[in-house]
Design a binder for this molecule. Structure first.
Ligand code: SF4
Ligand code: SF4
Length: 192
């Protein structure tokens, strides 16, 4: 595995830990009968069941502006480790099925090898909460782009290190305010 992919997976680990420590999605969205949060200005997204959160489509299959061999490798590893996407959840009226890697019981089945968008995405409500509570200003579009640039090989070693440090600093900032982790994996879903 190349250093760049190792860095990508390290950032993913930090992001996963960050969302676990935040413990926002599960109580505020996923455990609700219907998601409280607008995922799209188009009305059809407003009626998503809570457990689906922000995974109503196959975002794992999103295409980057510039594809890369490293992303191809990540896709392959994903398939080797987690199998092909096969969502058996019931269909959601007007929308269809949630993401193929989504499971009603455990949310996203991927604990690693996610697509950049799946690693970086946060809805506006979560963005606002993180900003107001922890003074951390997330920008999922910019962060997703940075992950793409990382995979393409456009970032310097220093820039990559800075990204990793920043992600773990975010975890530390949340822990400093929230105390130790109160995260319960069995309760959550769609950790992004
Ligand atoms: S990021 Fe997704 S799962 Fe989390 S609160 Fe927002 S819509 Fe729900
Ligand atoms: S976070 Fe997981 S469940 Fe959600 S769209 Fe991405 S792969 Fe699918």
């Amino acid at each position: 595995m190349t250093e760049i992919i190792e860095s990508y997976l390290e950032i993913e680990r930090a992001k996963n830990t960050f969302f676990e420590e935040l413990d926002f999605c599960s109580p505020n969205c996923i455990q609700k009968p219907f998601s409280n949060f607008k995922l799209s200005k188009r009305g059809r997204m407003l009626t998503l069941p809570g457990y689906v959160g922000c995974c109503p489509r196959d975002y794992f299959d999103s295409i980057m502006d510039t594809d890369s061999l490293r992303l191809e490798w990540i896709r392959l590893e994903r398939k080797n480790k987690f199998g092909k996407p096969k969502n058996k959840d019931p269909k959601i009226p007007m929308i269809g099925r949630a993401c193929g890697y989504h499971s009603r019981e455990t949310g996203c089945r991927l604990t690693s090898y996610k697509q950049p968008i799946c690693i970086s995405y946060v809805c506006n409500e979560l963005k606002e909460y993180v900003s107001n509570t922890f003074d951390i200003h997330l920008d999922p579009v910019v962060e997703g782009k940075r992950l793409e640039q990382l995979l393409i090989g456009e970032l310097s070693k220093q820039e990559i290190n800075n990204l990793i440090i920043q992600e773990w600093e975010h975890v530390a900032q949340v822990r400093a305010i929230n105390g130790s982790s109160h995260y319960d994996r069995t309760l959550t879903s769609c950790v992004r």
